[in-house]
Design a protein around this ligand. Structure first.
Ligand code: NAD
Ligand code: UFG
Length: 342
């Protein structure tokens, strides 16, 4: 299968490129390096011993994307490209709506013109909103999002579903696979690729990693007065290579099927903030310093997946647990203390 990964130089895209190549598929990547580096793709090639067709491109640039898609004619597009920082999206909503929605509209226009039918989209558990009770199942109604980033995912799901619906039953019927990720963490086990956030990390695991490696003094735990066993929030942390392998199965599934299907990609197991701090301390061999701070606005107490549908339909389930997650995150962080910047 020929795949095109938009945003493929980023965190999840680069790991998915490895999993795709390892599964024997071909990979092309289109990325504008807004939040990534071509070095990630060089390392993907080093890990797999295979070549990637790499294009520097803004996925919202229609003529550039027509050129790339004409050259590649992929069997499946996996659309990772997007802006993803929740807090930044509150401060820069227009940029978030423009970039995230435009990239999806542009891809759909190009696909229509070229007769391409298969797209897998990076959605998020954030579309379940605040009122659904975990474990979240795909047939729950989508909820109310708490920030513009979440709404862009909510809207992109709707746009993709509407685009499929318009051609349903015709020869040009699309295959749309919406993947709702839970909390992707960890790194490839080689330690060569991993998450490389710019500036101060917003997310828990990169923050813990940077404390462990000495780049930051301590972690602030956002609230210990939630109604959970240790008072801290619970999440479904999924190893990024499990997530990547889920994309391989989703893309393969899309080839034989038309329609719109939604899949949770999670483990089904919730862990608290302090569980992750303790597991990381074991992996790196010393305790991770933390202080308890106030709750962070917009955080939900609990979020985890019911992951049965992906197992039943895609034959995929997460295999790695929090010990592997912390081991691999530590290998990446300790081997690359400044990320790709070194
Ligand atoms: P990332 O920032 O590492 O990767 C996104 C990539 O898209 C980057 O390489 C960036 O340079 C590129 N990009 C952004 N806008 C572009 C544009 N207009 N044209 C070309 N390239 C562009 O983020 P990630 O963690 O790998 O996330 C990938 C996708 O998964 C995103 O859509 C994100 O919203 C979604 N997602 C991520 C998480 C998470 O926790 N990491 C959770 C749920 C969903
Ligand atoms: N946390 C801390 N200290 C930190 C960072 C995070 O205590 O410095 C806590 C948070 O309060 C939360 C947990 O760690 O309880 C996980 O936080 P993350 O920021 O790592 O992840 P979120 O679950 O908040 O966010 C993730 C994705 C978003 C997505 C959201 C909702 O990163 O893209 O899930 O599905 F929108």
């Amino acid at each position: 299968m020929k795949t095109l990964l938009t945003g493929g130089a980023g965190y999840i895209g680069s790991h998915t490129a490895v999993a795709m190549l390892d599964a024997g598929h071909d990979v092309a990547v289109a990325d504008n390096y807004y939040n990534s580096s071509p070095e990630a793709i060089r390392r993907v090639e080093e890990i797999t011993g295979r070549k990637v067709s790499l294009y520097e491109a803004d996925v919202a640039d229609r003529s550039r994307m027509m050129e790339i898609l004409r050259a590649e004619m992929p069997d499946c597009i996996i659309h990772f490209a997007g802006l993803k920082a929740v807090g930044e999206s509150v401060a820069m909503p227009v940029e978030y709506y423009r970039n995230n929605i435009d990239t999806t509209l542009t891809l759909l226009e190009c696909m229509k013109e070229l007769g391409l039918t298969n797209i897998v989209f990076s959605s998020s558990a954030t579309v379940y909103g605040e009122d659904n009770i975990p474990p979240f199942t795909e047939n729950m109604p989508k909820g109310v999002c708490t920030n513009p980033y979440g709404w862009t995912k909510w809207m992109q799901e709707q746009i993709l579903r509407d685009a499929w619906f318009a051609g349903a039953g015709s020869e040009k019927e699309l295959s749309v696979v919406l993947l709702r990720y839970f909390n992707p963490v960890g790194a490839h086990e080689s330690g060569l690729i991993g998450e490389d956030p710019q500036g101060i990390p917003n997310n828990l695991m990169p923050y813990i990693s940077q404390v462990a490696v000495g780049r930051r003094d301590h972690l602030t735990v956002f609230g210990d007065d939630y109604d959970t066993p240790d008072g801290t929030c619970r999440r479904d942390y999924i190893h990024v290579m499990d997530l990547a392998e889920g994309h391989v199965r989703a893309a393969e599934y899309s080839l034989g099927n038309r329609g719109t299907e939604v899949f949770n990609l999670g483990t089904g197991n919730p862990y608290s903030v302090l569980d992750m701090v303790n597991a990381f301390g074991k992996a790196c061999g010393h305790p991770v310093k933390y202080e308890i701070g106030p709750r962070r606005a917009g955080d939900v107490q609990d979020s985890w997946a019911n992951a049965d549908k992906a197992k039943e339909v895609l034959g995929w389930e997460a295999k790695r647990g929090i010990d592997e997650i912390c081991r691999d995150a530590w290998k990446w962080q300790s081997g690359n203390p400044q990320g790709y910047g070194e």
